[in-house]
Design a protein around this ligand. Structure first.
Ligand code: ADP
Ligand code: MG
Length: 630
């Protein structure tokens, strides 16, 4: 034994560097709800160590000699209150122990501390940050790391209570470690649940199931057993994977019970490499309409689970579940850093495009299957038409609609192929109930011309249509807003065109009389170009929100409450008769009839009369008068 060796044999005491101390202070003192992530961190370090050894062994195969099967072993010892995470990976020499576990602050540490400073406390942040090795001090009162670097004959022991610094000394006796690292935690009293096999298995399943090395549970006195799958299915070639395997993976990733409708599995190589395995469920997940609209695509970095929360897909694709596993991202990446990381931004955009193009393929190859997908998730997908300007055209192409053309789903291409001569716009009606929309008087002029009208009933429809989008150069146009003139489009039955204004009625005078009588209740009264059979209807004034959107917003106490326009049908016998009557009797009668027509129009819109008891009294008066005359 040489002189220097003899000297280093003594235990050295070291201080943690300042930032590490601050971090440890937080770990030791705070109570975190997500303490269990310490195990993820230790397993991830063990897995990294195995990865590193595997890499070094490519050029130095002797490093693996005698112990070829790289693995991670978890040893709960209830008698001693210790939990040990053991690996036969690369290991650390003395200097590495000192530097890696005490004196070199990693960028993640600093970012974490900065965030804690901003937030005033660390609660909830630890799970989002890979704070690494030190997170073990959340559950341990003392940690002993015993390690031997691959190829070395020296074993070193690092020890700390996380408070007063740490010591490094050569291993005293035989440690049983011929290569790799043992991290032994003396568990705090309130952390003994981490000694339970069930608990360990649960945590491993959640966070580390897809670590590629076997993770074995070794309970003293029992045989070891593997508790992870140790195979990331997304890294396997598609040709080797059976549909059942995908279903299994889908279910274990999502806790769902259905089958995926669509499976998207590929590997991106190039500027970045990452594996993608995504599923579109058959059934609606229970949290689909949670207000947070969070995506559920798990981000892995080199097979280590990082977060569900990286926003890999935009909110309008939040029904897609699965995994993106990056080879290039740093493991210790925080949620905040993820948002800005240019690699993540690139992954996001590429994966989003891929999902949309896979949906397009699905729609072409299996139109029926696609329709039922759309039935389930269309209302979510359509949020993208509103939110994602860059992909609006693509999303409009993917959208399916109910329409007056029949009971099935229609694409916009179907619609355009079915347009009538001189038709340049895409007509729609938005509301809550398909039956009521289909019966709406606002459809009449379109129906008389055989024009197909989209019937939109999802709340989101009000929003994206309010952006007045175009599809293939054709403008979307609401039939219940502003003036709609369809007269350039030929009637199906040209003889109806002869039906001109009735004899003896001054339409302009009638409109003026009604307008005066209704006053503030309406924005305007006008003769309608959209009615053929009904006497009246309400439409929204041009420029404001559509009637349906206004109602929707009012329900959330933020409507414009804009006043509608009353349209009357001068060719309708009732309107003609009322016109003659008002001309004869004057202003008082105008008031009575105007209110009746207005309330009728409200009822057609599915609303109550402005004043139900007045409405009933007025009806009664009129019916009586009619009966007396008869
Ligand atoms: P990170 O894993 O992000 O680097 P950690 O705090 O988890 O940060 O670990 C710090 C360093 O300690 C690691 O980078 C590694 O060099 C070393 N280390 C930790 N655990 C092990 C282990 N089981 N085997 C070898 N080295 C390890
Ligand atoms: Mg780590």
């Amino acid at each position: 034994m040489t002189e220097t060796m003899a000297e280093t044999k003594k235990a050295e005491t070291h201080q943690f560097m300042a930032e590490v101390s601050r971090l440890l202070h937080l770990m030791v003192n705070a109570v975190y709800s997500d303490r269990e992530i310490f195990l993820r961190e230790l397993i991830s370090n063990a897995s990294d160590a195995c990865d590193k050894l595997r890499y070094e062994a490519i050029s130095q195969p002797n490093l693996l000699e005698g112990d070829e099967r790289l693995r991670i072993t978890i040893i709960p010892d209830k008698a001693a209150d210790t939990l040990t995470v053991l690996d036969n990976g690369i290991g650390m020499d003395r200097q590495e122990l000192v530097e890696n576990l005490g004196t070199i602050a990693r960028s993640g540490t600093r970012a974490f501390l900065d965030r804690v400073q901003e937030a005033g406390q660390g609660n909830g942040l630890i799970g989002q940050f890979g704070v690494g090795f030190y997170s073990a001090f959340m559950v341990a009162s003392e940690i002993e790391v015993t390690s031997r670097r691959a190829g070395s004959s020296e074993t070193w022991v690092w020890k700390s209570d996380g408070l007063s610094g740490f010591t490094v000394a050569p291993a005293e006796a035989e440690t049983g470690i011929s290569r790799g690292t043992s991290v032994k935690l003396k568990l705090k009293e309130d952390a003994r649940n981490f000694l339970e096999a069930d608990e360990i298995e649960r945590i491993v399943r959640i966070y580390s199931d897809h670590i590629l090395f076997p993770i074995e549970l070794k309970i003293p006195g029992q045989a070891e057993r593997q508790i992870n799958t140790a195979s990331a299915i997304w890294h396997r070639p598609k040709s080797e994977i059976k549909p059942e395997d995908y279903t299994q993976t889908y279910r274990s990733l999502t806790n769902a019970i259905d089958e995926p409708t669509l499976t998207i599995h590929y590997k991106a190589e190039g500027r970045q490499s990452y594996a993608v395995l995504l599923f579109v469920p058959k059934l609606r997940p229970y949290d689909l309409f949670d207000p947070d609209r969070k995506g559920r695509v798990k981000l892995y970095v080199r097979r280590v689970y990082i977060t569900d929360d990286a926003g890999i897909l935009p909110p309008y694709l939040r029904f897609v579940r699965g995994v993106v596993d990056s080879e290039d991202l740093p493991l210790n990446i925080s949620r905040e850093m993820l948002q800005k990381n240019p690699l993540v931004t690139q992954i996001r955009s590429a994966v989003t495009s891929r999902v949309l193009s896979e949906l397009e393929t699905f729609a072409t190859k299996d139109p029926k299957g696609y329709d039922s997908f759309f039935e389930t998730f269309g209302s979510v997908l359509k949020e993208g038409i509103y939110e994602d300007i860059t992909r609006r055209d693509q999303l409009l192409k993917l959208a399916r609609f109910r329409s007056t053309a029949g009971s099935g789903w229609r694409s916009l291409s179907d619609y355009i192929a079915n347009m009538r001569p001189n038709q340049n716009e895409i007509y729609f009606l938005a509301g809550e109930d398909i039956g009521r929309l289909a019966a709406s008087p606002q459809l009449e002029a379109a129906r008389a011309r055989g024009i197909e009208v989209l019937l939109l009933t999802d709340p989101i429809d009000h929003f994206w249509t309010s952006l007045a989008p175009k599809f293939e150069g054709k403008q979307f146009r609401s039939l219940s807003q502003g003036e709609v003139d369809l007269s350039a489009i030929p009637l199906l039955d040209e003889s109806k065109a002869q039906e001109k204004e009735p004899e003896g009625v001054d339409v302009k005078a009638l409109v003026d009389a009604l307008r005066n009588a209704l006053g503030d209740l309406v924005t305007d009264v006008r003769a309608s170009k959209r009615l053929t059979d009904s006497a009246v209807c309400l439409v929204a004034p041009r420029g404001g929100p559509d009637l349906g959107l206004d109602r929707l917003l009012q329900r959330q106490q933020q409507g414009f409450n804009s006043k509608p326009v009353l349209e009357i049908n001068p060719t309708h016998p009732l309107i003609a008769a009322i016109g003659r009557r008002i001309a004869e009797k004057g202003k008082d009668e105008a008031q009575e009839w105007a209110r009746l027509l207005f309330d009728e129009a409200r009822i057609l819109e599915g609303e109550a009369p402005t004043n139900p008891s007045e409405f009933a009294a007025r009806m009664n008066r009129m019916i009586l008068a009619a009966l007396d005359q008869a």
